[in-house]
Design a protein around this ligand. Sequence first.
Ligand code: AMP
Length: 411
Amino acid sequence: MTGKFKAPRGTFDVLPEQSAQRERIHLAAREIFGLAGYRFIMTPAFEETALFERGVGKSTDIVRKEMFTFEDKGGRSLTLRPEGTAPICRAYVEHGMRRLPQPVKLFYAGPFFRHERPQAGRYRQFNQIGAEAIGTDSPLADVEVITLISDLFEELGVPGVELRIGSLGSHEARAGYLEELKSHLRARSGELSDDVRERIEINPLRAFDSDHEGTRAVMTEAPTLLEHLDEEDAAHFEQVKGLLGAASVEYTIDPTLVRGLDYYTRTIFSFVCDRLGAQSEIGGGGRYDGLIEQLGGPATPAVGWAAGIERILLALDEDVTSAGMDLFIAIADPGLTTKAVALASELRHQGLAVEIDLAGRSMKGQFRQADRVGAAHTLILEAGGSASLKNMDTGDQESVDPKHVANLIRP
Ligand code: AMP
């Protein structure tokens, strides 16, 4: 077969000129999370399919339609991870992290995979950055993780971000409310979308997320979970709100907030950004007090979130230019190559960004290349051992001893 290849539908290449802003996001996240005691964790890009079926929930869109699932050569069913929390909980149980001082505070970054309909801000391979505090049900942890993501957006200068919060209550306390919601939906099932109607019994909360007009009308009159929280869940939510206020994090309460994964309990939150169009959520998460037990571990309360890197980039809507090189070493004679290579290596060890000509260019060509790579200075090595240093901004040129060049150009 002939013809050129393209990146698969819903995926994209990150080209070098697009990577500086991404690096800035990762650096800011590492700094902010590190200062709060969160440590980096990395799990595999694929897991046993059952982990997501059990963790994310069989009735969710993710498990029903969006997973990239395949069989390995031994006949095991594996799935490219659609989200990061279930794998981290799997790692928490597998590595006995309950023996560590609790909570265990972790952060992660990497690619995730969902077979969704691609559009701006929605891809089949996308990148998330996220944080989890595992092993405490204290509302302080909810507020700490929310503060991390809010500080990250602030540090990056993401415009137009708004935090919405809600509470789903505990799984047990929610049961009564769900019955009430199901009766409301059953009574008006003729007005609902097919998708919502089919899932009345298995996932009625998702009706709140529908953009189907009839369903939305039904939902404006639906009972909300916030009015049905039991005493303990309501007190927990009150504390979260009070602590957010004390931390000066602005929020609005959204009684209709739900999330696309089954594991959430109590606090849920969503950061939306008005620069993003239809896919307006830039990050979100919540508490998942039952998940670790559901995955075979001990009952362990936890809270966390994930944010989409590509959505942050879309919201920032501008590229930062990468820093140029400190020095380009040009040689007037091919016999000077070894000397140029040795000098470049020595200067790089000293932390300077240095390039040399790798393409056998003429002197003029080397100067042009120095310009293209954004070199602040060019050092010209001449036959006979002399050298001169050109300031590429001013054009000034002076004779120098190559031994001293580091001090002359250090930014
Ligand atoms: P979730 O894991 O569904 O709670 O999503 C957390 C965040 O990941 C969202 O707020 C988005 O920023 C991002 N995200 C989720 N799905 C996609 C996707 N298909 N493409 C790009 N970003 C996504």
